[in-house]
Design a protein around this ligand. Sequence first.
Ligand code: CTP
Ligand SMILES: C[C@](O)(CO)[C@H](O)COP(=O)(O)O
Length: 250
Amino acid sequence: MTIPLGPAGLAVGVTAIVAAGGRGTRVGGPVPKQFLDLAGRPVLVRSLEVLAADPRVDELVVAAPPGWVDRVWELARQYGIPKLTRVVEGGETRQESVGRAFGAVSSRPRVVAIHDAARPLLPPALLAGLLEAAGRYPAVIAAVPVRDTVKEAAPGDPPRVARTLARERLWAAQTPQVFHAHVLEAALARAREDGFTGTDEAALVERLGEPVVLYPGSAENLKLTTPEDFALAGALLARRHAAAAPPAPA
Ligand SMILES: Nc1ccn([C@@H]2O[C@H](COP(=O)(O)OP(=O)(O)OP(=O)(O)O)[C@@H](O)[C@H]2O)c(=O)n1
Ligand SMILES: C[C@](O)(CO)[C@H](O)COP(=O)(O)O
Protein backbone atom coordinates (compact mmCIF):
# COMPACT_ATOMS: atom_id res chain seq x y z
CA MET A 1 0.00 0.00 0.00
CA THR A 2 1.42 3.39 -0.95
CA ILE A 3 0.23 6.84 -0.05
CA PRO A 4 0.13 10.02 -2.12
CA LEU A 5 3.43 11.85 -2.04
CA GLY A 6 4.27 15.53 -1.98
CA PRO A 7 6.26 17.36 -4.66
CA ALA A 8 9.62 16.15 -3.32
CA GLY A 9 8.41 12.54 -3.26
CA LEU A 10 7.93 12.69 0.48
CA ALA A 11 5.01 11.84 2.73
CA VAL A 12 2.83 14.89 3.33
CA GLY A 13 -0.10 15.60 5.63
CA VAL A 14 1.63 14.35 8.77
CA THR A 15 0.05 14.73 12.19
CA ALA A 16 2.45 14.34 15.11
CA ILE A 17 1.00 12.93 18.31
CA VAL A 18 3.07 13.64 21.39
CA ALA A 19 2.56 11.20 24.25
CA ALA A 20 3.00 13.43 27.28
CA GLY A 21 0.37 11.98 29.57
CA GLY A 22 2.66 10.13 31.98
CA ARG A 23 3.49 10.98 35.58
CA GLY A 24 7.24 10.45 35.47
CA THR A 25 7.24 8.38 38.67
CA ARG A 26 10.70 6.89 38.03
CA VAL A 27 12.23 10.36 37.73
CA GLY A 28 10.29 11.31 40.83
CA GLY A 29 10.45 15.09 40.34
CA PRO A 30 8.05 17.68 41.76
CA VAL A 31 6.17 17.72 38.44
CA PRO A 32 5.85 15.14 35.63
CA LYS A 33 9.28 14.83 33.93
CA GLN A 34 8.07 16.30 30.62
CA PHE A 35 7.57 19.65 32.41
CA LEU A 36 11.01 19.65 34.07
CA ASP A 37 13.79 21.88 32.81
CA LEU A 38 16.48 20.41 30.59
CA ALA A 39 19.30 22.87 29.90
CA GLY A 40 17.03 25.91 29.94
CA ARG A 41 13.88 24.59 28.24
CA PRO A 42 11.14 22.23 29.42
CA VAL A 43 11.53 18.69 28.08
CA LEU A 44 8.14 18.82 26.35
CA VAL A 45 9.01 22.09 24.61
CA ARG A 46 12.18 20.55 23.19
CA SER A 47 10.21 17.59 21.81
CA LEU A 48 7.54 19.83 20.30
CA GLU A 49 10.11 22.14 18.71
CA VAL A 50 11.78 19.33 16.76
CA LEU A 51 8.45 18.03 15.45
CA ALA A 52 7.08 21.48 14.57
CA ALA A 53 10.23 22.37 12.64
CA ASP A 54 9.73 19.62 10.05
CA PRO A 55 7.86 21.05 7.05
CA ARG A 56 5.97 17.78 6.51
CA VAL A 57 4.33 18.02 9.93
CA ASP A 58 1.05 19.94 9.62
CA GLU A 59 -0.36 19.48 13.07
CA LEU A 60 0.72 18.66 16.63
CA VAL A 61 -1.64 16.97 19.08
CA VAL A 62 -0.52 16.47 22.67
CA ALA A 63 -1.85 14.09 25.32
CA ALA A 64 -1.15 15.71 28.70
CA PRO A 65 -1.58 14.36 32.22
CA PRO A 66 -4.98 15.18 33.75
CA GLY A 67 -4.80 18.73 35.13
CA TRP A 68 -1.91 19.77 32.82
CA VAL A 69 -3.77 20.68 29.63
CA ASP A 70 -3.70 24.44 30.27
CA ARG A 71 0.00 24.32 31.13
CA VAL A 72 0.75 22.80 27.72
CA TRP A 73 -1.08 25.65 25.96
CA GLU A 74 0.78 28.18 28.16
CA LEU A 75 4.14 26.65 27.23
CA ALA A 76 3.21 26.64 23.54
CA ARG A 77 2.43 30.37 23.76
CA GLN A 78 5.50 31.17 25.85
CA TYR A 79 7.92 29.37 23.52
CA GLY A 80 6.08 30.16 20.28
CA ILE A 81 5.36 26.56 19.27
CA PRO A 82 3.44 26.59 15.98
CA LYS A 83 1.07 23.92 14.62
CA LEU A 84 -0.36 22.84 18.01
CA THR A 85 -4.07 22.27 17.37
CA ARG A 86 -5.26 20.08 20.24
CA VAL A 87 -4.26 19.18 23.78
CA VAL A 88 -6.23 16.32 25.34
CA GLU A 89 -6.15 14.67 28.73
CA GLY A 90 -4.20 11.45 28.52
CA GLY A 91 -5.37 8.13 29.92
CA GLU A 92 -4.12 5.61 32.46
CA THR A 93 -1.79 3.99 29.91
CA ARG A 94 0.33 5.38 27.12
CA GLN A 95 -1.89 3.50 24.65
CA GLU A 96 -5.01 5.24 25.98
CA SER A 97 -3.25 8.60 25.77
CA VAL A 98 -2.31 8.00 22.14
CA GLY A 99 -5.84 6.76 21.36
CA ARG A 100 -7.38 9.92 22.82
CA ALA A 101 -4.96 12.16 20.93
CA PHE A 102 -5.66 10.30 17.68
CA GLY A 103 -9.39 10.71 18.28
CA ALA A 104 -8.89 14.48 18.57
CA VAL A 105 -6.92 15.25 15.40
CA SER A 106 -8.53 18.20 13.65
CA SER A 107 -8.29 16.92 10.09
CA ARG A 108 -7.93 13.44 8.62
CA PRO A 109 -4.15 12.95 8.31
CA ARG A 110 -2.50 10.55 5.87
CA VAL A 111 0.36 9.79 8.18
CA VAL A 112 0.64 9.88 11.98
CA ALA A 113 4.00 10.15 13.76
CA ILE A 114 3.82 9.25 17.44
CA HIS A 115 6.59 10.56 19.66
CA ASP A 116 7.35 10.35 23.38
CA ALA A 117 7.53 13.77 25.03
CA ALA A 118 10.25 12.09 27.09
CA ARG A 119 12.59 11.86 24.06
CA PRO A 120 13.53 15.54 23.67
CA LEU A 121 16.81 14.95 21.82
CA LEU A 122 15.22 13.54 18.66
CA PRO A 123 17.65 14.41 15.87
CA PRO A 124 15.80 16.32 13.08
CA ALA A 125 17.50 14.12 10.46
CA LEU A 126 16.07 10.99 12.10
CA LEU A 127 12.56 12.45 11.97
CA ALA A 128 13.07 13.45 8.34
CA GLY A 129 14.32 9.96 7.43
CA LEU A 130 11.35 8.30 9.09
CA LEU A 131 8.84 10.57 7.34
CA GLU A 132 10.52 9.91 4.04
CA ALA A 133 10.36 6.14 4.71
CA ALA A 134 6.65 6.52 5.51
CA GLY A 135 6.16 7.36 1.84
CA ARG A 136 7.14 3.74 1.10
CA TYR A 137 6.01 1.77 4.17
CA PRO A 138 2.70 1.85 6.09
CA ALA A 139 4.46 1.29 9.43
CA VAL A 140 8.01 2.34 10.26
CA ILE A 141 9.62 2.87 13.65
CA ALA A 142 12.93 4.18 14.96
CA ALA A 143 14.92 1.45 16.67
CA VAL A 144 18.51 0.64 17.56
CA PRO A 145 20.25 -2.75 17.54
CA VAL A 146 20.70 -4.02 21.11
CA ARG A 147 24.31 -3.72 22.27
CA ASP A 148 24.18 -5.76 25.47
CA THR A 149 23.81 -9.51 25.67
CA VAL A 150 20.19 -10.11 26.68
CA LYS A 151 19.10 -12.92 29.02
CA GLU A 152 15.58 -14.17 29.45
CA ALA A 153 14.94 -14.84 33.14
CA ALA A 154 13.15 -17.81 34.64
CA PRO A 155 10.88 -16.86 37.55
CA GLY A 156 12.40 -17.35 40.99
CA ASP A 157 14.35 -15.63 43.72
CA PRO A 158 17.05 -15.00 42.76
CA PRO A 159 16.01 -15.02 39.09
CA ARG A 160 18.03 -17.43 36.95
CA VAL A 161 18.81 -17.35 33.26
CA ALA A 162 16.31 -19.30 31.17
CA ARG A 163 18.21 -18.61 27.94
CA THR A 164 20.34 -16.15 26.07
CA LEU A 165 18.55 -14.41 23.23
CA ALA A 166 20.06 -14.11 19.74
CA ARG A 167 21.35 -10.56 19.91
CA GLU A 168 21.77 -10.15 16.15
CA ARG A 169 17.98 -10.13 15.85
CA LEU A 170 17.18 -7.80 18.76
CA TRP A 171 16.39 -4.11 18.36
CA ALA A 172 15.30 -1.64 21.05
CA ALA A 173 12.27 0.35 19.89
CA GLN A 174 12.27 4.13 20.09
CA THR A 175 9.91 6.82 18.89
CA PRO A 176 8.93 8.34 16.49
CA GLN A 177 6.75 5.48 15.31
CA VAL A 178 5.12 6.44 12.03
CA PHE A 179 2.00 4.87 10.55
CA HIS A 180 -0.41 5.46 7.74
CA ALA A 181 -3.49 6.71 9.55
CA HIS A 182 -5.77 3.85 8.50
CA VAL A 183 -3.26 1.32 9.86
CA LEU A 184 -3.02 3.05 13.23
CA GLU A 185 -6.80 3.39 13.38
CA ALA A 186 -7.26 -0.35 12.75
CA ALA A 187 -4.52 -1.28 15.24
CA LEU A 188 -5.98 0.84 18.04
CA ALA A 189 -9.47 -0.51 17.35
CA ARG A 190 -8.30 -4.15 17.37
CA ALA A 191 -6.38 -3.66 20.63
CA ARG A 192 -9.46 -2.07 22.22
CA GLU A 193 -11.68 -4.95 21.08
CA ASP A 194 -9.20 -7.53 22.41
CA GLY A 195 -8.40 -5.73 25.67
CA PHE A 196 -4.73 -5.75 24.65
CA THR A 197 -2.31 -3.17 26.03
CA GLY A 198 1.10 -2.76 24.43
CA THR A 199 4.06 -0.66 25.47
CA ASP A 200 4.34 0.89 22.02
CA GLU A 201 2.05 1.39 19.03
CA ALA A 202 4.11 -0.92 16.80
CA ALA A 203 3.05 -3.83 19.01
CA LEU A 204 -0.59 -3.08 18.13
CA VAL A 205 0.19 -2.91 14.42
CA GLU A 206 2.14 -6.20 14.60
CA ARG A 207 -1.05 -7.84 15.91
CA LEU A 208 -2.78 -6.93 12.63
CA GLY A 209 -0.12 -8.91 10.77
CA GLU A 210 1.09 -5.69 9.15
CA PRO A 211 4.88 -5.54 8.62
CA VAL A 212 6.61 -2.92 10.75
CA VAL A 213 9.87 -1.63 9.29
CA LEU A 214 12.81 -0.93 11.63
CA TYR A 215 14.52 2.34 10.74
CA PRO A 216 17.93 2.95 12.33
CA GLY A 217 17.37 5.26 15.32
CA SER A 218 19.93 7.12 17.38
CA ALA A 219 21.60 6.60 20.74
CA GLU A 220 21.04 10.34 21.28
CA ASN A 221 17.29 9.80 21.02
CA LEU A 222 17.25 8.51 24.58
CA LYS A 223 14.12 8.35 26.73
CA LEU A 224 14.36 10.29 29.99
CA THR A 225 13.31 7.57 32.38
CA THR A 226 15.41 8.10 35.54
CA PRO A 227 17.22 11.13 37.03
CA GLU A 228 20.54 9.89 35.56
CA ASP A 229 19.08 10.26 32.07
CA PHE A 230 18.67 14.01 32.65
CA ALA A 231 22.41 14.28 33.37
CA LEU A 232 23.22 12.32 30.23
CA ALA A 233 20.83 14.39 28.09
CA GLY A 234 22.33 17.61 29.50
CA ALA A 235 25.82 16.43 28.49
CA LEU A 236 24.64 15.50 24.99
CA LEU A 237 23.03 18.91 24.54
CA ALA A 238 26.23 20.63 25.69
CA ARG A 239 28.15 18.60 23.12
CA ARG A 240 25.69 19.59 20.36
CA HIS A 241 25.95 23.21 21.41
CA ALA A 242 29.76 23.11 21.32
CA ALA A 243 29.73 21.44 17.90
CA ALA A 244 27.40 24.14 16.54
CA ALA A 245 29.36 27.10 17.98
CA PRO A 246 31.65 28.99 15.60
CA PRO A 247 35.36 28.37 16.25
CA ALA A 248 36.95 30.81 18.72
CA PRO A 249 39.11 33.49 17.04
CA ALA A 250 42.83 32.55 17.01
N1 CTP B 1 -0.53 7.22 30.64
C1 CTP B 1 0.55 7.60 29.95
C2 CTP B 1 1.83 7.10 30.27
C3 CTP B 1 2.92 7.55 29.54
N2 CTP B 1 2.75 8.47 28.55
C4 CTP B 1 3.91 9.01 27.84
O1 CTP B 1 4.64 7.99 27.19
C5 CTP B 1 6.02 8.34 27.14
C6 CTP B 1 6.90 7.17 27.60
O2 CTP B 1 6.48 6.77 28.90
P1 CTP B 1 7.40 6.70 30.19
O3 CTP B 1 8.78 7.10 29.90
O4 CTP B 1 7.14 5.41 30.85
O5 CTP B 1 6.77 7.91 31.04
P2 CTP B 1 5.98 7.87 32.42
O6 CTP B 1 4.82 6.93 32.33
O7 CTP B 1 5.67 9.30 32.71
O8 CTP B 1 7.11 7.34 33.41
P3 CTP B 1 6.94 6.46 34.74
O9 CTP B 1 6.59 5.07 34.26
O10 CTP B 1 8.27 6.56 35.40
O11 CTP B 1 5.83 7.09 35.56
C7 CTP B 1 6.21 9.58 28.02
O12 CTP B 1 6.46 10.71 27.20
C8 CTP B 1 4.93 9.66 28.79
O13 CTP B 1 4.53 11.00 29.11
C9 CTP B 1 1.48 8.91 28.21
O14 CTP B 1 1.33 9.71 27.29
N3 CTP B 1 0.39 8.48 28.94
C1 LIG C 1 7.41 3.68 23.16
C2 LIG C 1 8.71 3.39 23.87
O1 LIG C 1 9.39 4.59 24.17
C3 LIG C 1 9.60 2.61 22.92
O2 LIG C 1 10.79 2.32 23.58
C4 LIG C 1 8.51 2.61 25.13
O3 LIG C 1 7.94 1.36 24.82
C5 LIG C 1 7.68 3.33 26.16
O4 LIG C 1 7.53 2.47 27.26
P1 LIG C 1 7.32 2.98 28.75
O5 LIG C 1 7.06 1.75 29.54
O6 LIG C 1 6.15 3.89 28.68
O7 LIG C 1 8.61 3.62 29.14
